[in-house]
Design a protein around this ligand. Structure first.
Ligand SMILES: O=C([O-])CC(=O)C(=O)O
Ligand SMILES: [Mg+2]
Length: 652
C-alpha cells in the first residue's frame, strides 16, 4: 500500500516535471516511455519537440530528470530512431501536436512485468532477453527459453499453414495483432504474398460478414448515431493522440458484398494493416473508424450476434450532420494533415463526401481514386503487350459506380494529357454499362449525375454482350460488384474482336469477380491479358503456366499515404493519382511482361510504395500543396528511411 502511494507520488512528480518541459519547449508531440521499478506504474509522456533540435533538448531534459529520479527506473526506446512506434514521425515530426497537447501533455500507464506481456505494442513474448526479463520484472512470468523473432515467425507461419479454413487464418492473424503487434507486421511484411489474401481481400470479406460471431476484442473506433454531438469526445477516448491516417467506412458497400453495417469494421482495420505493412506508416498513427448509421441488411438486423445499431440506415440530413460533425472533429483533434480515406461507402455518399470535403480536408476515396490509379497503371503495362497508345483504345465498363466512373475519368484525363484533346473528347472513347444497359444519351435525363458525362450518342444496348458487339472495345473492365457477369459469350466476343483482349475483372471478393482467371484464359484460348481485384492462382493453359495480375488498390494507397505524409500535403489532387499510377507502372519489369504480368509482384511492395510516395510527394511540391519545407532533396531516400520496421526494439 505504502509503496504504491510512494509510486503514485513519484509518477505525479514526473508528470509535473514533464509538463514543465512541455510548456518550455513549445513544439510537436513526442512519446517517451518511462518504466518504473514497480509494475503498473510506467508513464508515457507526450512531450513537445520542434523537429530534431527541440527533440534533443526534450530528450536531454528527460534523461537528466530520470537520472535524478531514476531509482532503478528504465527507459524504453530513448533513441529517437527507435522511439515507440518508430516510423515516419520519428524523422519528420514537426507540427504534429495540437495546442491542446502543448499545454496539457497526456499521460497514461504502461506497466512492466505482467502487464507488459499483455501490451501488444511492446510485448515480445519469449523474445525478451535475460537482461530485459531482469529489468522489466518478467522473471518467472515466461518459461526459461529465449526465442528469436525469426524463430517466432517460423513457428507462427507453420501453425497458420495448418489451418485449412481461410477464416481461421484471419482470426489467428487478428489474435496475433492483438498479442504482439511487431510480430504481426513482421509476418505480414516477410510473407506478404501469402498473407495478403488472409488479412485482406478476399478473406476480410467473409470476416466482415461474420464479424459479430468472431468478435473478440474491439478494434478501431465506433461512432454511431448515439454519439451525435459527442464525436470529439469519442476521438479523445482513442489512446493515441498523433494520428496520421484514418480509414473510415459506413459499411454500406463492403467490397462487392453490399451493406454489412457496423461489421464493415474489418475493412478499415485491414486497409490500415496494409498502410503499415506495405507503406511503412507506423501502426500507432493509424486509426480505423466505422460510422454506424444503421443497416438495411435484414439478415444482420435479425442476427442475434450483430454488433451494430439495430435500425434502418439514417439518410439525408441526419446522415449529413453526423458525417459533418465527424469531419470537423477529426480536423480539430488531429489537425489538417491527417489523411481521411473513405472506404466502401455506397455510390451516392462516396461521390458527395469526396466533393464536399475535397477542398477543405486531406481526403481521398480509395474506391474511386485508388482503384482508378491502379487500373491506369495496369493499362499502361497492358499497352506494352497489345500495342498502341491509350487514345488508340476503346474501353467498355460493366458497372458505372465509384470504381467504374473513377477509373473512366482518370483514363480520360490521361488520354487528354497525352493527345492534348479536350476531356469531353477523350471521354468519348469510354463506354459504360449499368444495370439498365449501355449508357447512352437517350437515357441522360434519368441518369445519376456521376453517370451523365458518359452518356454518348449511340443506339441503346440492353445487355453487356450486345454492348460488346456494338462498341467493339479493346479493353473490358468489370467494376459492377456482381460476380460471373463476364460470361463465356462475352469473353468469346472480346476474343473475336481483338487479337489480345484486355480483360479486367475488378470486383471483390473472389465470389464477386466478373470471371475467374481460368475462365478468362480458357474462353479466350489463352489470348486474354487478364487481371483481377482479388487474387487468383496461376492457371495452366495449353501447357503454359499463366500468372494473373492483381489489380487492387493495395498497390496504391499505402504509397500514396506515405507520399502525402512526407511532403506534409494538405490536399489530394488528381495529378497525384496520376503520379502514383506512373510510379507503379514504371516498376513493371521486362521479366514481368514476359510472364504476361501487368503488375510487379507484391513481394516488392515496400520498394514500390517508396517510389509511389516519392512521385506523389514530388507532385505535391510541384502543385504547391506540400507544407514540409524546404523540400527534401531526395524524396525516395526520405520515403525509404521513414518506413516503420517491425523488428523488436531493445528495452534497455
Ligand atoms: O478492398 C479491396 O480489395 C479493394 C477495394 O477497395 C474494394 O473492393 O472495395
Ligand atoms: Mg474498397
Amino acid at each position: 500500500m505504502n509503496r504504491d502511494r510512494k509510486q503514485q507520488k513519484k509518477n505525479a512528480e514526473w508528470k509535473k516535471e514533464s509538463l514543465k518541459y512541455c510548456s518550455r519547449i513549445r513544439t510537436a508531440a513526442r512519446t517517451y516511455l518511462v518504466l518504473t521499478p514497480r509494475r503498473a506504474s510506467a508513464v508515457v509522456v507526450a512531450l513537445s519537440s520542434n523537429g530534431r533540435s527541440g527533440e534533443r533538448k526534450v530528450k536531454a531534459a528527460m534523461e537528466s530528470t530520470l537520472k535524478e529520479k531514476r531509482d532503478g527506473a528504465s527507459v524504453l526506446d530513448m533513441d529517437p530512431k527507435s522511439t515507440v512506434g518508430g516510423g515516419v514521425e520519428d524523422t519528420y515530426g514537426e507540427d504534429s501536436a495540437t495546442e491542446d497537447q502543448l499545454v496539457t501533455p497526456w499521460t497514461y500507464s504502461v506497466a512492466s512485468g505482467y502487464t507488459l506481456l499483455r501490451d501488444p505494442r511492446h510485448n515480445k513474448g519469449l523474445a525478451f532477453t535475460e537482461k530485459e526479463r531482469d529489468a522489466h520484472y518478467l522473471r518467472g512470468l515466461l518459461p526459461p527459453t529465449f526465442v528469436s523473432q525469426e524463430l517466432q515467425e517460423r513457428k507462427l507461419m507453420k501453425n497458420l499453414r495448418q489451418y485449412e479454413v481461410p477464416l481461421q487464418r484471419y482470426v489467428a492473424m487478428m489474435d496475433l495483432m492483438e498479442r504482439n503487434e511487431r510480430l504481426f507486421y513482421k509476418l505480414l511484411i516477410d510473407n506478404v504474398e501469402e498473407l495478403l489474401p488472409v488479412v485482406y481481400t478476399p478473406t476480410v470479406g467473409e470476416a466482415c460478414q461474420k464479424y459479430g460471431s468472431i468478435f473478440r476484442r474491439p478494434q478501431g473506433l465506433y461512432i454511431s448515431l448515439k454519439e451525435k454531438g459527442k464525436i470529439l469526445e469519442v476521438l479523445k477516448n482513442w489512446p493515441e493522440k498523433s494520428i496520421q491516417v484514418i480509414v473510415v467506412t459506413d459499411g454500406e458497400r463492403i467490397l462487392g458484398l453490399g451493406d454489412l453495417g457496423c461489421q464493415g469494421m474489418g475493412i478499415p482495420v485491414g486497409k490500415l494493416a496494409l498502410y503499415t505493412a506495405l507503406g511503412g506508416i507506423r501502426p500507432s498513427s493509424c486509426l480505423p473508424i466505422t460510422i454506424d448509421v444503421g443497416t438495411n441488411n435484414e439478415q444482420l438486423l435479425n442476427d442475434e450476434f450483430y454488433i451494430g445499431l439495430r435500425q434502418k440506415r439514417a439518410t439525408g440530413q441526419e446522415y449529413d450532420e453526423l458525417l459533418h460533425e465527424f469531419m470537423y472533429a477529426v480536423k480539430q483533434q488531429y489537425g489538417e494533415k491527417v489523411i481521411v480515406q473513405f472506404e466502401d461507402f455506397a455510390n451516392h455518399n462516396a461521390f458527395e463526401l469526396l466533393a464536399k470535403y475535397g477542398t477543405t480536408h486531406l481526403v481521398f476515396n480509395d474506391d474511386i481514386q485508388g482503384t482508378a490509379s491502379v487500373v491506369l497503371a495496369g493499362l499502361v503495362a497492358a499497352l506494352k503487350l497489345v500495342g498502341g497508345t491509350l487514345p488508340d483504345h476503346t474501353f467498355l465498363f460493366l458497372g458505372a459506380g465509384e470504381a467504374g466512373t473513377g477509373i473512366a475519368e482518370l483514363i480520360a484525363l490521361e488520354m487528354s494529357k497525352q493527345s492534348k484533346a479536350p476531356l469531353e473528347e477523350t471521354r468519348k472513347k469510354i463506354w459504360l454499362v449499368d444495370s439498365k444497359g449501355l449508357i447512352v444519351s437517350s437515357r441522360k435525363e434519368s441518369l445519376q449525375y456521376f453517370k451523365k458525362p458518359w452518356a454518348h450518342e449511340h443506339e441503346p444496348a440492353k445487355t453487356l454482350l450486345e454492348a460488346v458487339k456494338a462498341i467493339k472495345p479493346t479493353v473490358l473492365i468489370g467494376s459492377s460488384g456482381v460476380g460471373k457477369t463476364f460470361t463465356k459469350e462475352v469473353v468469346e466476343a472480346m476474343t473475336s474482336i481483338n487479337e489480345k483482349p484486355v480483360i479486367l475483372a475488378l470486383s471483390n471478393p473472389t465470389s464477386q469477380s466478373e470471371c475467374t482467371a481460368e475462365e478468362a484464359y480458357t474462353w479466350s484460348k489463352g489470348r486474354a491479358i487478364f487481371a483481377s481485384g482479388s487474387p487468383f492462382d496461376p492457371v495452366e493453359y495449353d501447357g503454359k503456366v499463366i500468372v494473373p495480375g492483381q489489380s487492387n488498390n493495395a498497390y496504391i494507397f499505402p504509397g500514396l499515404g506515405l507520399g502525402l505524409i512526407i511532403s506534409g500535403a494538405i490536399r489530394v489532387h488528381d495529378d497525384m493519382l496520376l503520379a502514383a499510377s506512373e510510379a507503379l507502372a514504371a516498376q513493371v519489369t521486362q521479366e514481368n511482361f514476359d510472364r504476361g504480368l501487368l503488375y510487379p509482384p507484391f513481394s516488392n511492395i515496400r520498394k514500390i510504395s517508396a517510389r509511389i510516395a516519392a512521385g506523389v510527394a514530388a507532385k505535391a511540391y510541384e502543385l504547391g500543396v506540400a507544407t514540409r519545407l524546404p523540400r527534401p532533396e531526395n524524396l525516395l531516400k526520405l520515403a525509404e528511411s521513414c518506413m516503420y520496421s517491425p523488428s523488436y526494439r531493445n528495452y534497455r
